[in-house]
Design a protein around this ligand. Sequence first.
Ligand code: FMN
Length: 219
Amino acid sequence: MYAARQLLHTVEDSNSCLNQGDLLNLIKNRRSVRKYQKMKPSLSEIDRIINCAIYAPSAHNAQPWRFTIVSDEKKKRELAEQMAVRFQQDLKKDSLPKAVIGKKIQRSVRLFSDAPVVIIACIDMTRMDKYPDLARQQAEMIMATQSLAAAIQNLLLAAKAVGLGGCWYCAPLFCPELVKTVLSLPDAHIPQALITLGNPAENPPVPPRFQLDEIRFIL
Ligand SMILES: Cc1cc2nc3c(=O)[nH]c(=O)nc-3n(C[C@H](O)[C@H](O)[C@H](O)COP(=O)(O)O)c2cc1C
């Protein structure tokens, strides 16, 4: 009883410390940053923001998120180049002109290898529920992915709060096995996203947003 009161007290304390205006502004002012200064964030800075990611809500509180930090320049470039090879194969299937493919590939390698740090965000289904039927199993997979997405958003907001910038990329979704092989990830890790991270070298404008009454419905 005493412990519960203490906990509540702590929660209330942390609530009362919260400057709501600051938090709402942080959420609205977060932008996807794709250009960075050379300087790398320290491991303790990165750990600090990942430590915020793990406070996201998750289905069954299974916390299916796993984050692998790629800071080593050689490894990061190898990952970027290998992913670009796969990207190129996919683009060729779309019958795009050679020049367009070349530009896209170059951009992709540059975005990932120039970023000071890359984080591979994975799901791990080990602690999620298991079902014999496909429909419920797929729902579990979606729940794990949604949980990871909430954690990534926390991570990006925490990065913004400490003055870093980040961008969320879907590239690993198209070559999860390749990412696992290049980075020697554990078998249970299923790559879902790549997040670039660093000190911002740009201040991007807000991409257009729908108006509230276009996306909110009242019954
Ligand atoms: C699931 C997901 C995948 C994304 N993939 C990419 C991507 O592959 N390349 C990219 O440049 N940005 C990517 N982004 C970033 C979006 O382009 C960006 O969030 C959107 O344009 C809104 O801009 P803002 O983040 O600055 O508000 C992705 C974002 C999400 C949530």
